[in-house]
Design a protein around this ligand. Structure first.
Ligand code: SAM
Length: 246
């Protein structure tokens, strides 16, 4: 895995000095091209587990009619933020998603090695985000789920210009990602990533309220955030609030 993170948490190094030059062209191209890559079977199975967890969660609470709110923590890594969000949103199921079995294993270990249990509204699933998001959007458009908040904390930045199209906002998945949630929050230690993400979101959702700001206060809520803060790096937060009418 290429996380562009080093044990000393060095700042992101890139041969880009500003936002990717073809950003608008790419974002607009993907906005009108359906993304047809087949969904991997393992993510379908993982998604079915998440669906079952959410259905059981609401059945136990005798919830009313759909859509049922679901919080997503995409690329949760070792899962700290999923616990944080589960406490922040106690009435909603919170799904931490990551493709790395090693990191998710650490998430389970850290829960079992502390006195705290995994909050009953938190669930980890190993899956490919590019596929999970498309399945989740089907649930949203079918009126079965609503996603009030989607966390995307410190995704791999892919800082080399030649790798730019691996960034989520320069990838064909972006139109799906941006439609999923009412509020999407990206955190990153690379200012250019934050600027690009905000720019791409504004292009696709012109009615959304898109803000970009430095994270100044608060305890770290993810493992990477802690490393970056310990290394005194600047951290950015992009918050996209979609218009309810879109
Ligand atoms: C830089 S780490 C950040 C982890 C965590 N959010 C944190 O802040 O500590 C990025 C995480 O995203 C996961 N990831 C990257 N691309 C992914 C993808 N396409 N599908 C699922 N997980 C992915 C990686 O496995 C990794 O755990």
């Amino acid at each position: 895995m290429s996380d562009q993170i080093h044990s000393q948490a060095r700042e992101v190094l890139s041969n880009q000095e500003g936002p990717f030059k073809d950003l608008e062209k790419l974002v607009r191209k993907y906005a009108c091209t359906p993304y047809l890559r087949p969904i991997a079977d393992h993510t379908r199975l993982a998604f079915a587990d998440a669906e079952q967890f959410i259905a059981d969660f609401y059945t136990k609470r005798h919830a009313g009619s759909a859509p049922h709110p679901v919080i997503l923590d995409s690329g949760c890594g070792t899962g700290e933020s999923t616990l944080h969000l589960a406490h922040q949103f106690p009435g909603y199921p919170v799904i931490g998603i990551d493709k790395s079995a090693v990191r998710l294993e650490k998430a389970s270990q850290s829960v079992s090695s502390t006195i705290r249990d995994l909050p009953s509204n938190a669930f980890y699933v190993r899956a490919e985000l590019i596929d999970f998001w498309r399945l989740a959007l089907e649930k949203v458009t079918a009126g079965q789920w609503a996603i009030p908040y989607h966390a995307l904390y410190y995704p791999n930045p892919w800082p080399k210009q030649s790798e730019a199209t691996r960034r989520f906002h320069l990838h064909p998945i972006f139109p799906t990602l941006i439609r999923l949630a009412l509020t999407t929050e990206l955190r990153t230690n690379w200012e250019i990533y934050a600027q690009e993400f905000a720019q791409a979101a504004s292009l696709l959702s012109p009615n959304a309220n898109v803000t970009i700001q430095l994270i100044k206060e608060g305890e770290p809520i993810t493992a990477f955030e802690r490393k970056y803060k310990n290394a005194c790096q600047q951290l950015w937060q992009v918050i996209i609030v979609n218009s309810q009418k879109d």
